[in-house]
Design a protein around this ligand. Sequence first.
Ligand code: CO
Length: 162
Amino acid sequence: MQQHSDVLTRKRSLLWAVRIATVALGTVCAAASALECGITLQTDDALRFIPSHITVPATCKDFTVTLTHKGHLPPLAMSHNWVLTKKSDLDGVARTGMLAGADAHHVDQNDKRVIAHTKLIGMGETTAVTFEVSQLKVGEPYVFLCTFAGHSPIMRGTLSVQ
Ligand code: CO
């Protein structure tokens, strides 16, 4: 009788251990997927995005890009934005963005080739944009760039959906 109840107790505690592990695993997975559906890109007074490649999980409904500017030069000289387009549309989007001017955040609102973009930010500022992942295709090469005057030939990166 004593032995039987021991087995029962062990079975029960095993069951609880499994339950607790399941809940813990669920929490870890939720936290991981929340992290993967967004990224922070750092910029400064150099014409670069850190990191310069973004992998967007196809399982994300939305993806958020947060852009920071850790530089020290005044905004008139060194502002940045983040503009997403197809690789094949890069030159065209760079051109319309530059022509749009700083008041328009260097983005032409009529340019349908722009998939997503942030506003223009200066030193010490942070901004973010969230876009629907369903707009993007697995296997299509995407690029992101800063369209502030003169930056686009150097300040760019790549994005893919996996
Ligand atoms: Co820039």
